[in-house]
Write a protein that binds this ligand. Sequence first.
Ligand SMILES: NC(=O)c1ccc[n+]([C@@H]2O[C@H](COP(=O)([O-])OP(=O)(O)OC[C@H]3O[C@@H](n4cnc5c(N)ncnc54)[C@H](OP(=O)(O)O)[C@@H]3O)[C@@H](O)[C@H]2O)c1
Length: 160
Amino acid sequence: ETFAEIARLQGMGQIASVGVANFYEEVLETLISETGIVPAVNQVELNPTFRQPELLEFHKKHGIVTQAWSPLARGKALNNPDIKAIAAQLERSEGQVALRYLLQKGIVVIPKSARRERLVENLGAKDFELSRAQMEVIDSLNNPEGRTGNDPRVWPGDDA
Ligand SMILES: NC(=O)c1ccc[n+]([C@@H]2O[C@H](COP(=O)([O-])OP(=O)(O)OC[C@H]3O[C@@H](n4cnc5c(N)ncnc54)[C@H](OP(=O)(O)O)[C@@H]3O)[C@@H](O)[C@H]2O)c1
C-alpha cells in the first residue's frame, strides 16, 4: 500500500526517485511488477568479503544503483591478510583498499567513522587504482556466509 501511494506520487511528479534498503530479489521483483517502481538505489550489506553477486546482477539488469552499508565489514575487512598485503604494496591503508575495490566495481560506499582523520583517509579511496590482478585477489575473498548483520530474508523472523 505504501509503495502504491509512492508510485502515485511519483507519477504526479511529486517524487523524483525512490530508494530502498535491504530489499532482496524477490521483494524487488514484487515491487517492480506490482507498482512499476524501479528503485534508483538499494542500500544493502556489502563489503569486499561479502558481495551478494546475484543481487548485484539483478541491480545491473534493472539499472538500480547498489549502495554498500558497512562497506568495511564494520572494521573486520581491514584485518584480511590479502587486503593488508595489497595495502602494503600500494602504501595505502587497508580501508582505502577495501573501499577502492567496491568503487571500481561501481558500488556506492557509505563508510562510517567517528574520527576526522579516518574520514579524510577514507576519501583517499578516490585517488588511486587497483590493478586487475589486485582486483582478482579480492574477488576471491567472497564468503556468502560473511554477513556482519542480519539476513533480511529471515529477519526479524517469527519473534517480531
Ligand atoms: N541500511 C541498513 O540496514 C544499515 C545497516 C548497518 C549500517 N548501515 C549504515 O552503514 C554505514 C556504515 O556502517 P557501519 O558503521 O556499520 O560499518 P563500516 O563503515 O563498515 O565500519 C565502521 C567501523 O570501521 C571503523 N573505521 C572506519 N574507517 C576506518 C579506517 N579508515 N581505518 C580503520 N577503521 C575504520 C570505524 O571506527 P571509528 O568510528 O572508530 O573510526 C567503525 O568501527 C552507517 O552510515 C550505517 O548507518 C546501514
